[in-house]
Design a protein around this ligand. Structure first.
Ligand SMILES: CC(C)(COP(=O)(O)OP(=O)(O)OC[C@H]1O[C@@H](n2cnc3c(N)ncnc32)[C@H](O)[C@@H]1OP(=O)(O)O)[C@@H](O)C(=O)NCCC(=O)NCCS
Length: 175
């Protein structure tokens, strides 16, 4: 990529651009209700934007979640979107890496994601069978449930992922 990308936390004045980004990046899927609900979760979510010049070109959300009764020690990554004209130029990777670094400095143990292993594997995510997602996944999505430990050799957490209300819709966890 030739132009410099700035990654920073999302602000209220980014919302109109974020609301335009998702339908552009996901023409066949309506993620806006989820995104809007998550942005209303305050400090429970880390909302990161990628800016080139003055244009918002990417966005991701990390939601703080609990496992086995321990609140806020892990995070769930998603959704992640990059504007079509900016895809495959490192924007998504830059946002994910910035989020992982931030979460590491704030003591998050592990990050989970439901996504394509071919993409998330590049950040070190691996299929996870220690933590179960909030709703059972269809068999064909098993390999898409992945996690990444942020605390060195610490053993992975075990249990069921407890998510805040915006993620408690079965449809988000099925094709
Ligand atoms: C998927 C997405 C977030 C990736 O962000 P990006 O900025 O385009 O990707 P990056 O530039 O960081 O990474 C590009 C690399 O990822 C690969 N890649 C991009 N999208 C991919 C996908 N959906 N699956 C697998 N690999 C993918 C590319 O082949 C490229 O690999 P290379 O560097 O070896 O050539 C972005 O393309 C997007 O928003 N797509 C539409 C929405 C979507 O499918 N989101 C899924 C995440 S929930």
């Amino acid at each position: 990529m030739t132009e410099e990308i700035e990654i920073r936390e999302g602000r209220p004045d980014d919302v109109p651009a974020i609301e335009k980004l998702y339908p552009d990046a996901f023409p066949d899927e309506d993620l806006l209700p989820l995104v809007k609900e998550l942005l209303g979760e305050g400090p429970n979510v880390l909302s990161l934007v990628g800016i080139v010049g003055k244009t918002l070109v990417g966005h991701a959300i990390f939601t703080m979640c609990g496992v086995g009764g321990q609140p806020d020690e892990v995070a769930l990554l998603g959704p992640l979107a990059v504007a079509p004209a900016w895809q495959r130029q490192g924007v998504g990777s830059a946002i994910v890496r910035a989020g992982l670094r931030l979460l590491q400095t704030t003591g998050t143990h592990q990050v989970f994601v439901l996504g394509d292993p071919a993409y998330y594997g590049r950040f070190g995510f691996e299929p996870d069978d220690h933590v179960t997602p909030p709703y059972p996944l269809p068999e064909e999505w098993r390999g898409a449930w992945q996690s990444l430990g942020l605390r060195g050799d610490e053993p992975p957490v075990n249990g069921k992922l407890s998510v805040p209300r915006p993620w408690r819709h079965r449809a988000l966890w099925a094709p």
